[in-house]
Ligand binder design. Structure first.
Ligand SMILES: Nc1ncnc2c1ncn2[C@@H]1O[C@H](COP(=O)(O)OP(=O)(O)OP(=O)(O)O)[C@@H](O)[C@H]1O
Length: 253
């Protein structure tokens, strides 16, 4: 069974159907690109997968369990995390604290133990610091650990968001336009980061991205949607030559 199985998923907002009868299967370890013209429904798919919206029809099965009626925090616990089109870091917090808060649901000390700084709190805090630093090292952000996240260059803030999303040890990572607003160097670095996550964490990734160079070079498989419906599926080279896809993108110009 696939890690994620979406079957005929639709959502209806008072007659508008941004996503319609969408089928999607993702196997463990795959890196899949979800692409389509502006307004095609890509972010709405992410919002449905993460419990921001509830599908009006169809089902979402993750790791063998139905998740389409769960709330966002329950879905996160099942192992799906995401990043957003607009960076959502805690800007006034340090880089390492941004990662530490994401580990928080794995801590066991009680609020009282925390306030009184009892031994279990101290032990877990030390563990937290160590784990957060390990993640920052992988992303080459360790030297910025104690700087405020808002002072990082844009490309590094994006990397930090991804590092933070990995802190909860997800099984499926959803990346919403991670290259948006990046310069070519930053995009290149991002591509390396995404490859690294795959190799080091054997992560399953669903990626929304407008940067075709990035999508075509790192994704094994692409799913193309337009008006909320799948219009094509295939390898990057199959998709590049697909007439429906070319038509959908040209229609946008
Ligand atoms: N809560 C909502 N109520 C009504 N319409 C919505 C809602 N959420 C999304 N839509 C509509 O659904 C359509 C798809 O939007 P969505 O943001 O998913 O597209 P997208 O493919 O991610 O676009 P882009 O590439 O520009 O980010 C848009 O027309 C949008 O206005």
């Amino acid at each position: 069974m696939a890690l994620l199985e979406v079957h005929k998923m639709s959502v209806n907002f008072g007659g508008i159907k941004p996503v319609s009868e969408l089928d999607l299967q993702i196997e463990e370890g795959e890196l899949i690109g979800l692409i389509g013209p502006n307004g095609a429904g890509k972010t709405t798919v992410f919002n449905l997968l993460t419990g921001v919206y509830t599908p009006t029809e169809g089902s979402i099965t993750f790791n063998g369990e139905r998740i389409d009626r769960l709330k966002t925090h329950q879905i996160v616990k099942k192992g799906i995390t995401r990043t957003f089109q607009n960076i959502r870091l805690f800007k006034q917090m340090t880089v390492i604290d941004n990662v530490k808060v994401a580990f928080n649901n794995r801590l066991k000390y009680s609020p009282l133990e925390g306030i009184l700084h009892l031994p279990r709190y101290k032990k877990e805090e030390a563990w937290l610091e160590e784990e957060a630093m390990k993640l920052l090292k992988i992303f080459e952000l360790d030297k910025y650990a104690y700087e405020l996240s808002m002072n990082l260059p844009y490309g590094k803030q994006r990397k930090l968001e991804i590092a933070r999303a990995l802190a909860g040890s997800p099984k499926l990572l959803l990346l919403d336009e991670p290259a948006a607003g990046m310069n070519p160097n930053e995009t290149n670095e991002l591509m390396q980061t995404i490859k690294l996550i795959r190799d080091q964490f054997n992560m399953t990734i669903l990626l929304i991205e407008h940067d075709m160079n990035l999508v075509m070079s790192i994704c094994e498989r692409l799913v193309v949607i337009d008006y909320g419906m799948v219009i094509a599926r295939g390898t990057p080279s199959e998709i590049q030559n697909n007439e429906k896809v070319i038509g959908a993108y040209l229609g946008q110009a």
